[in-house]
Design a protein around this ligand. Structure first.
Ligand code: ADP
Ligand code: MG
Length: 392
């Protein structure tokens, strides 16, 4: 045993943040998620995201949210510093995406990081802006800056001090796609907010503010699937389940178009997934997956979101109640959309779908050609371009 290992010491803050970063930021997509969630928590109405080299060289997120006061900006990049909770009781009633105060210091510990923020002064229209820079976890600048409104976060050279992490990154186009998927996950939950994504100087996707869910999905999913979506909205025992569910005739062999949200947060959850699949039971072969966007809204005290550092998993107090609320809501959409009298499926416009039309007939595997491919939002494996209008 080396001499050093005989004594217990507190780790230096940079190292603590780098260890935390291992859980919170594992790739450009998770950086994008954390930064965009912060912008949403700040009440932004427009969020612009730019990635360079798949996010590895640069991720910048600019918003028009409430901003951060100059004298609090250094705190924002300090671990366990948050404006979102202040007591254990608050933890039971989380209405924001963030609350752990870990994202900014974690990201700043594994990159060249800069945050510029404008905070409204006591007089209307008077904003003072400040900028803080952090290099691999060390504060290097804290200076007045020029910014009209909101916050701009600029993350360069992600993982440049962690070669092991860098090795786990995939190609820039794969990393870009994952980041794009995360932006889409957030965009579907926050339809009032405008979101734009660039790859370098090229605009890749633009979600206009106020678009409805179906309009946003139309930017992501093939037209035939979007046309087959039925709305559902039902509340059981105080648990509301709503969203859009595609008719069973447009199933696919992968479950990547089942998007689950709990209180606005995108989650992975086996129980919710099981409830959705159960609703389609008997309508799909066991190998086929339905296509559903599901929002569960429930009392924040009934669901624990503090299960995982990235908060993509939740724990329900009453799993069975959630399961049955979801099952019934989705089932209702499917039952009411099937007109038993003439045996025809209805699409979202209420127009009967011609099941004899080869496009709508239950089709063999691979029928849709490239539309059958397992993708949420796809881009060609090369660098995406704005001309790739059918990158979905
Ligand atoms: P958390 O979101 O869990 O509070 P973060 O490390 O992500 O922790 O952010 C720390 C704090 O910095 C937040 O609580 C918030 O007060 C502030 N902040 C971060 N990003 C923004 C933003 N885009 N606009 C306004 N405030 C922000
Ligand atoms: Mg946060």
């Amino acid at each position: 045993m080396s001499e050093n290992m005989r004594h217990i010491r507190l780790l230096p803050p940079e190292l603590r943040n780098q260890i935390a970063a291992g859980e919170v930021v594992d790739r450009p997509a998770s950086v994008l998620k954390e930064l965009v969630e912060n912008s949403l928590d700040a009440g932004a109405t427009q969020i612009d995201v730019r990635l360079e080299n798949g996010g590895q060289s640069r991720i910048s997120v600019q918003d028009d949210g409430c901003g951060i006061a100059a004298d609090e900006l250094e705190l924002a990049v300090t671990r366990h510093a948050t404006s979102k909770i202040s007591s254990l009781d608050d933890l039971e009633h989380i209405h924001s995406y963030g609350f752990r105060g870990e994202a900014l210091p974690s990201i700043a510990s594994v990159s060249h990081f800069a945050i510029t923020s404008a905070h409204a002064g006591p007089q209307q229209g008077q904003a003072t802006a400040h900028r803080v820079e952090v290099e691999h976890g060390r504060l290097t600048a804290s200076v007045p800056a020029a910014l009209h409104k909101g916050t701009l976060v600029d993350v360069r050279d992600l993982f440049s001090n962690i070669p092991a992490r860098l090795k786990f990154l995939k190609s820039p186009s794969t990393e870009f796609k994952r980041a794009q998927d995360w932006l889409a996950r957030l965009a579907l939950a926050q339809t009032a907010v405008g979101l734009r994504l660039w790859a370098g100087e090229r605009e890749i996707v633009h979600f206009l503010p106020g678009q409805n869910l179906a309009a946003r999905l139309a930017l992501l999913w093939p037209r035939l699937i979007v046309d087959a979506l039925r709305p559902f909205d039902a509340t059981h025992h105080g648990i509301r389940a709503h969203g859009l569910a595609a008719l069973p005739n447009v199933s696919q062999p992968r479950g990547n178009r089942i998007l689950l949200y709990v209180n606005g947060r995108a989650v992975m959850d086996k129980r919710l997934l099981a409830a959705v699949r159960e609703a389609y039971k008997g309508r799909l072969t066991s190998r086929d997956y339905p296509q559903v966007v599901l929002f569960v809204e429930m009392d924040t005290a009934e669901v624990d979101v503090n299960v995982h550092p990235a908060k993509s998993e939740v724990r329900f107090r009453d799993e069975a109640a959630v399961f049955s609320a979801v099952l019934h809501a989705v089932q209702k959409a499917l039952i009411t959309s099937y007109d038993v009298a003439d045996g025809q499926w209805q699409n979202t416009t209420g127009k009967a779908v011609d099941t004899q039309d080869p496009v709508h007939r239950v089709r063999p595997q691979g029928f849709w050609g490239r539309l059958d491919a397992p993708r949420l939002m796809d881009i060609p494996d090369s660098q995406p371009t704005a001309q790739d209008s059918d990158w979905r």
